[in-house]
Design a protein around this ligand. Structure first.
Ligand code: SF4
Length: 77
């Protein structure tokens, strides 16, 4: 899953995403880092729930999540 903070100039640096999911989001100056890179990055495996919580709690709703298309076929059933 890819994470984009877009448009980045709408970010109010409220730190909600950082507080909810510090493993993924951090702040550097006036930029939010996603997995260490400014404004966008790849979601680490296993952290999707907290990333989705950060996305849905962003007060300006700019944390966009893009699912990878090449997901493995579901197993079991
Ligand atoms: S929750 Fe949204 S507005 Fe707040 S710092 Fe994160 S991206 Fe910016």
């Amino acid at each position: 899953m890819k994470i984009h903070i877009e448009p980045s100039d709408a970010c109010i640096l409220c730190m909600v995403c950082v507080a909810i999911c510090p493993e993924v989001f951090s702040i550097s100056g006036d930029r939010i880092l996603v997995s260490g890179t400014p404004w966008r990055g790849e979601a680490p495996e296993g952290l999707e729930p907290c990333i989705e919580a950060a996305s849905s709690n962003c007060p300006v709703d700019i944390i966009l999540l893009e699912q990878d298309n090449d997901e493995e076929a579901p197993s079991g059933g």
